[in-house]
Ligand binder design. Structure first.
Ligand code: MG
Length: 203
């Protein structure tokens, strides 16, 4: 399986990092070794002084898709989860300045904690989903899927033009504003529509 992630998919987050609001989706990938499940602790790597949390809605692809038509794109995922796209912001900043790729800042081990999946059908409207991240019981990020720049369907259409999607692939769909540094000892709790989905520590 592979993990595809969308950058700058909420305008207010693009602005907080002084990035332009994109006209086509920004994508990058993480390997399967980035996954962190069952609320296992995230071990803070020593190669970065500035690991940021980015809370995101994650889609699980349910069948193979290449050149998916927008009309059918909603049929390519049944389940969603909450995930964190941990980002070594200091490394990313240096790489952005030099025009280098982002892998070292985004794809490291444990950089993709993920909750259990839930059926999207249980929600009345997947484009009105509130989600948030609390750090040490203080809300740091709060988002709603109505603010997505590129919808889940448009992401699937765009990605599948270039990369065949396979059953079990995950798509991290971008983070709302409020990203910030995590420290050893922090407790991260993620909520989807007031249901606690993530609860883990930084060690
Ligand atoms: Mg992200």
């Amino acid at each position: 399986m592979k993990i595809i992630a969308i950058g700058r998919n909420y305008a207010e987050h693009a602005k907080e990092l002084n990035n332009p609001v994109p006209v086509v989706p920004v994508i990058f990938m993480k390997p399967d070794t980035a996954l962190l499940k069952e609320n296992k602790p995230f071990y803070h790597p020593d190669f970065s002084e500035d690991i940021h949390h980015e809370i995101e809605i994650v889609l699980k692809i349910n069948k193979e898709g290449k050149h998916v038509n927008e009309k059918f794109a909603a049929g390519y995922f049944d389940e969603i989860a909450l995930g964190v796209d941990f980002t070594a912001r200091d490394i990313q900043q240096r790489h952005k300045e030099k025009g280098l790729p982002w892998e070292l800042a985004k794809a490291f081990d444990g950089s993709a904690p993920i909750s259990n999946f839930v059926q999207k059908a249980q929600f009345a409207d997947i484009y009105n989903l509130n989600f948030r991240l609390d750090v040490n019981q203080q809300t740091r990020q709060q988002g709603n899927t109505k603010d997505l720049l590129f919808s889940f369907e448009r992401i699937i259409v765009f990605v599948s033009k270039y990369i065949t999607l396979k059953k079990g692939d995950l798509i991290f769909t971008g983070t709302p504003q409020g990203v910030g540094k995590v420290n050893i000892g922090d407790r991260l709790e993620g909520y989807l529509e007031n249901e606690k989905m993530l609860d883990f520590y930084v060690k």
